[in-house]
Ligand binder design. Structure first.
Ligand code: KIV
Ligand code: ZN
Length: 390
């Protein structure tokens, strides 16, 4: 793998599916996994096999089907979890076991009623056990965002010694600031022994709306894997959104960080996940929201009609959208009206446009948005000569 390549680890089917009320059945998981593989994700986390017979079956079925991506199953640092995950992944072309344990003071004290030395022992035992089944073992230090960096570096050093190939540094509670998360990655790069034997991975939650920013800060500071979900779905406020991190790296080529994602499939992928999970994508969602390439104010519309780049930093075709949309509202100007009228066959002269525009404004004051049928009606009402037809 080139040192500039960022692996995209998709956890839509595991962390993403932890959204209350959004459970997928095996058939739906398989359909999404197939599309994720086609999209170009490097790793698909298909589920948490020990959590239920349904999850076991889903991981097993996805592992049997997926041919390109690595297929991963989550476990706790518990022998039985690891054995069940190994069983579910046995037919995968590229299997990965993702095991780990909480490392923050809060997790050690309240969740495990334990101490730092015992946590290191359990982490090492889990990685060692997983290595009996697969070569590719990812270790997660749960709540790494709130874990003391020095202790985190000790844990990472020990699990690399035990054979971990990937070190996942989750900001489980979405607490970190981008600079803090980036500094944590840099600290690990500088202080973990044999760090070059493993890939550092970002896994950020969005409780403060910083998941994407934190993941980008992580890769700028040396991480080479981002864990994310389609549409940013996940527990509470969600996970890092796949489409956002991928497009950020693409739109900022000077960072010199690349992914394998075929971005033209992003919109379709987003719609599939939204539909199967019954979770509407907010209209103003970056990259895949229905308004992400829609322009409604007169000044912006005039600019975009003259040159798309005046108000758009992404060519919509790069994410699978045919073209930007010009939405007609009472805030729209003549340029937008002429543009939309032309799209449905009317070539208006300046004088005709003035007449139509006055009628348009009275319509638009009564309606939130003017559609093509309304434009036909407005033009009819304006009693223009037939020469307006292009
Ligand atoms: O957020 C988190 O810490 C997780 C781990 C289980 C990887 O999802
Ligand atoms: Zn998570």
């Amino acid at each position: 793998m080139s040192s500039n390549q960022v692996q995209i680890f998709d956890t839509t089917l595991r962390d993403g599916e932890q959204v209350p009320g959004c459970k997928l059945d095996t058939k739906q998981k398989l359909e999404i996994a197939e599309k994720l593989d086609h999209l170009g994700v490097d790793i698909i986390e298909a589920g948490f096999p020990i959590s239920s017979p349904g999850d076991f079956k889903s991981v097993e079925t996805v592992a049997n089907l997926v041919k390109n991506a690595t297929v991963c199953g989550l476990t706790r640092a518990v022998k039985k979890d690891i054995e069940v995950a190994a069983l579910a992944l046995r037919n995968a072309v590229k299997p990965r076991i993702h095991t780990g344990i909480g490392t923050s003071d809060s997790h050690i004290k309240h969740k495990f009623k334990s101490n730092q030395e015992e946590i290191i022992e359990r982490a090492v035992a889990a990685v060692t056990h997983a290595k009996n089944f697969v070569d590719d073992v990812e270790f997660y230090a749960e709540d790494a965002g709130r874990t003391d960096n020095e202790f985190l570096a000790r844990v990472c050093t020990e699990v690399i010694k035990a054979g971990a190939t990937v070190l996942n540094i989750p900001d489980t509670t979405g607490y970190c600031l981008p600079e803090e998360y980036g500094t944590k990655m840099k600290y690990l790069k500088d202080h973990v022994k044999d760090i070059d034997k493993a890939i550092l991975s970002c896994h950020c939650h969005n409780d403060l709306g910083l998941a994407t920013a934190n993941s980008i800060s992580g890769v700028i500071n040396g991480a080479r894997q981002i864990e994310c979900t389609i549409n940013g779905i996940g527990e509470r406020a969600g996970n890092t959104s796949l489409e956002e991190v991928v497009m950020i790296l693409r739109q900022h080529p000077y960072l010199n960080l690349n992914t394998n994602i075929k971005t033209q499939q992003l919109t379709q992928m987003s719609q599939l996940v939204s539909d199967r999970m019954g979770m509407v994508v907010q209209p103003n969602k970056a990259i895949v929201g229905s308004n992400a390439f829609a322009h409604s104010s007169g000044i912006h519309q005039d600019g975009v009609i003259k040159n798309r780049e005046t108000y758009e930093i992404i060519d919509p075709s790069e994410v699978g959208i045919n073209q930007s949309s010009i939405i007609l509202t009472a805030r729209s100007g003549r340029a937008a009206l002429a543009y939309r009228a032309k799209n449905i066959g009317y070539e208006l002269t300046k004088i005709q446009l003035d007449a139509v525009y006055n009628n348009f404004l009275s319509f638009a004051d009564k309606k939130k948005e003017i559609n093509d049928d309304d434009i036909h009606q407005i033009i009819k009402l304006s009693k223009l000569s037939p020469s307006i037809y292009a």
